[in-house]
Design a protein around this ligand. Structure first.
Ligand code: AMP
Ligand code: MG
Length: 501
């Protein structure tokens, strides 16, 4: 089934496309129409996001299955697959690119922000290598759930506009139902996009891409003396902030290859990602990450490693004198550590209810994490219950019950209360501030698996719908959904995730 899709959009479905990436030099991408699918069915349309993008929700409800499967390409789209390279688990692959994703185009949303609209799983492209260009329903639902949860948590992330089932099988370890995911991103430009041109000695390509990225994501650096160095610093700053925020909610990306790291600072690629239940800094879920390269606590260091790969591509733009250019790059890469640490500690202070800063705060935070690890405490519940305790002494028992063996946690509370006595907030202010940064609900892995299995085995999307609904308000107690706060029971635990590509 690969006949060309119909190109006429129904009345009113016009997307206000303005495709800036398609205007870049032609070796940046390959024009590619989506392939047709047999029997598209709209699993989910993100109506608030569609409205934010300035799209006609009623038309999308009617024609979304055709549009978001790739069967009907809207007027004004300029479908293309982007070229990129990437280091995958440390190994450089000069030729990756969108092997199953097709960028329909860009729209400028109601807030004036330019956004990519991309179909993932829309068929083969010149970059498909041996892949079938398709996606299975499990990873599509996982990306929908987790990327929207990240957004609701306030963490920059690509968004989910729609999920469609194709009515066609895809062949993985077993036969699975096929699906297409519609992703919305500030852009899909990755560290690996820069590497694509650098690896070919195409400095003009790196420069054109940098100029595009500055205009699109970092307009503030336009006037800087050394704008490319200023761009690199600005990207370092966003990445440091992003990864700190992952750590604050127990998120493990799982596949931080350089092709899975945007330069916009949005979280991208939700393949084997997962949130940790019990706190352990060594936690790894991804089945293919056997060395733990992308373990929870390794993420800041990998962020720096990836940043160094980006820096290498920009060196020719930093200075004509290569030694000087290398020094400039190294200064930014070294400075990333301090940037990350500042973001991380700032967020951890908020998580334990501090608005003032003291030298001992780092030690206090580390002591709590050590107690959590020793007591196998659930990461999310610990901070949520601490938030309640900050406002109500009667909540101490519940907080302590999060730990196996309460000695260490009790000792920690003594130091915490002593520190709070020197922090200006009232108990009530502190508790409500803490509840607004420590979520009640995260996309727990066992819930995601249950939702995927129900959809796949029984065509039952009710668990998926419920999960999307509860995760849209992660900082609000939702008594009707109290069970969604619970960590998995022993028999429910899901210890491995799969890329599913
Ligand atoms: P990912 O693991 O999703 O980050 O993908 C890594 C690379 O493999 C990218 O170049 C993808 O486009 C490509 N890829 C992943 N799955 C497929 C597929 N089913 N068909 C073609 N290419 C794929
Ligand atoms: Mg990827």
């Amino acid at each position: 089934m690969s006949s060309a899709p119909s190109k006429t959009a129904p009345d009113g479905a016009a997307f206000p496309f303005d495709n800036s990436y398609a205007r870049l030099p032609s070796h940046f991408f390959a024009r590619q129409m989506p392939s047709q699918v047999a029997e598209p069915w709209l699993i989910k349309l993100n109506e608030p996001l569609a409205a934010e993008l300035g799209l006609d929700v009623e038309v999308l409800k009617r024609d979304g299955a055709a549009i978001f499967s790739g069967n009907l390409v809207p007027e004004g789209a300029d479908p293309l697959a982007m070229a990129y390279s990437g280091h995958q688990f440390g190994q450089f692959n000069p030729q990756l690119g969108d092997g199953r994703a097709i960028l329909l185009g860009e729209v400028v949303d109601r807030n004036g922000k330019r956004r990519d609209i991309q179909l993932k799983g829309a068929g083969q492209t010149p970059f498909s290598r041996r892949g079938d260009g398709r996606a299975a329903i499990g990873p599509v639902l996982r990306e929908y759930i987790v990327s929207e949860a990240m957004y609701a948590l306030g963490i920059p992330a690509t968004r989910a506009l729609a999920a469609v089932s194709t009515g066609e099988p895809v062949y993985r370890e077993r036969v699975l139902p096929g699906a297409v995911f519609t992703r919305v991103a500030a852009s899909h430009i990755r560290v690996g996009t820069f590497q694509f041109f650098a690896a070919r000695g195409d400095t003009d390509g790196v420069r054109a891409l940098s100029d595009h990225v500055i205009e699109r994501h970092y307009p503030d650096v336009t006037g800087a003396d050394n704008r490319y160095l200023a761009l690199f610093e600005a990207i370092a700053e966003r990445q440091a902030g992003l990864i700190a925020r992952w750590l604050h909610v127990g998120f493990i990306h799982g596949v931080m290859n350089t092709d899975n790291m945007t330069v916009s600072g949005e979280t991208i690629d939700f393949g084997p990602c997962a949130f940790m239940d019990a706190y352990d800094p060594g936690t790894v879920f991804s089945s293919i990450d056997q060395q733990g390269r992308y373990a929870y606590a390794n993420q800041p260091g990998i962020g720096q490693w990836n940043l160094a790969r980006l820096g290498e591509t920009l060196i020719p733009l930093f200075d004509e004198d290569q030694d000087k250019a290398v020094d400039l790059a190294n200064t930014v890469i070294k400075g990333y550590g301090a940037r990350f640490q500042a973001h991380w500690l700032d967020g951890m202070r908020k998580k334990i209810g501090l608005v003032s800063e003291e030298d001992g705060d780092l030690t206090l935070v580390q002591a709590l994490l050590a107690a959590m690890q020793a007591g196998q405490a659930d990461f999310t519940l610990t901070f949520r219950r601490l938030s309640a305790l900050a406002g109500d002494e009667a909540a101490e028992g519940e907080f302590l019950s999060t730990f196996d063996g309460i000695g260490e946690a009790m000792g920690w509370l003594v130091g915490w209360r002593e520190r709070l006595s020197r922090d200006p907030q009232t108990a009530e202010e502190r508790s409500s501030a803490m509840l607004s940064v420590n979520p009640a609900f995260i996309p727990r892995n066992h819930r995601i698996e249950q939702a995927i299995n129900a959809a796949m085995d029984d065509g039952d999307f009710s668990l998926f719908e419920a999960l999307v609904q509860v995760l849209a308000k992660p900082y609000q107690d939702q008594p009707g959904f109290a069970a969604y706060m619970d960590p998995p029971k022993l028999e429910e635990r899901v210890l491995q995730t799969f890329c599913g590509t």
